[in-house]
Design a protein around this ligand. Structure first.
Ligand SMILES: [Zn+2]
Length: 343
């Protein structure tokens, strides 16, 4: 396996914020963030290597966690830098910068920021959760939902431009993230795990390797759950591709069929098409164009329409089965999902 070339900083361990935010010792060592240093700011948020001078009121308004920290943590011994109190956090430079840019209004009209990087989206989710910045967290979830939709129509018509840039291994990263945050993100799993099933195992392993560069490695049981879902899912999808997606290959013709040759078209054209006949987990592939293209034996229009409609219905059946295929329980009405094996 090729070594990872995309090293990313690993975020802090999840835990109570009180324990994560501590007095700083040597503020003079910090580098000022080039975009996040307001001379009239009144609070400094510092990582190990970088400092941002921003506005306490803005942070307090967005984050009850930070608000509570500012109000209760009035340690007289708190270090200051040029008179401004310094709060040190254990989050990564990039995560904090992404979040502060949002909070300080530099990406206020974030709907206009057509495409967000995957890393920034994850920072929104992680820190939005940690600091209870609801809008930030919802922004991340909504972008992820657009990339891993819950309807076949949305899956077929992805948003353009993409809400999040697509990176190598992202599908496995999102799957693991959703397995670890099941109650909030389970709705991403059908499309994300489906995408994983269409990738080679080598690519998946690389993706997970990337994920561990910046995500807390999941417990072994969660990782085993991921692989079980992918391997079982692949086998189920290969079956479903034959039974549902390609159900029109069974030789049936339209009730209004006008030509005796139609039945032979199935035998001679479609069944000899290697792309259609080899085992393939890509059960949501749209082979409508192939049906039209392979109709060289001149089947009647009625049959072509019939085969395409059966193919369309078959794809929908595959989509509707995804939760079952990946063993993802439907959310309980009016409550969070907390199945014993995934919570
Ligand atoms: Zn026909």
């Amino acid at each position: 396996m090729a070594p990872s070339t995309r090293k990313r900083p690993r975020p802090s361990s999840p835990g109570p914020v009180d324990a994560d935010v501590t007095l700083t010792n040597e503020p003079s060592k910090f580098n000022r963030h080039p975009d996040l240093w307001y001379d009239d700011g009144n609070v400094i948020i510092a990582t190990k290597t970088q400092a941002c001078k921003v506005y306490r009121g803005l942070l307090s308004r967005e984050s009850p966690v930070l608000n509570s920290l500012f109000e209760t943590d009035v340690d007289e011994k708190r270090r200051t830098y040029e008179g401004t109190p310094v709060y040190e956090v254990t989050d990564s430079d990039d995560d904090i910068a992404a979040v502060l840019k949002y909070v300080c209004g530099m990406e206020r009209n974030h709907k206009d920021v057509a495409t967000l990087t995957f890393e920034a989206t994850l920072a929104y989710f992680r820190l939005g959760t940690k600091y209870e910045i609801t809008r930030l967290r919802e922004e991340a979830i909504s972008r992820l939902e657009m990339c891993y939709p819950s309807t076949l129509d949305s899956f077929d018509c992805p948003r353009n431009p993409r809400p999040i840039t697509h990176t190598i291994g992202q599908d496995s990263e999102v799957s693991l993230l959703a397995l670890q945050n099941y109650a909030t993100l389970h709705q991403l799993l059908p499309a994300a795990l489906y995408a994983c099933c269409t990738l080679t195992t080598t690519k998946l392993i690389s993706g997970i390797e990337f994920a561990f560069d910046f995500m807390e490695p999941p417990p072994a049981s969660k990782l085993a759950d991921f692989w079980a879902k992918v391997y079982n899912g692949r086998a189920r999808l290969e079956e479903s591709r034959v039974d549902d997606t390609l159900c029109f290959l069974d030789g049936a013709v339209s009730n209004n069929c006008e030509r005796p040759a139609c039945e032979k078209t199935i035998q001679s054209s479609f069944r000899q098409d290697r792309a259609l006949s080899r085992p393939n987990p890509n059960a949501l592939e749209n082979v409508g164009p192939t049906i039209k293209k392979n109709s060289g034996a001149k089947p009647c229009k009625s049959c072509v329409t019939y085969w395409i409609s059966r193919h369309v219905e078959g794809r929908q059946r595959v989509w509707d089965k995804l939760r079952d295929i990946f063993d993802i329980p439907e959310p309980a009405a009016g409550g969070d999902v907390a199945p014993a094996d995934v919570s």
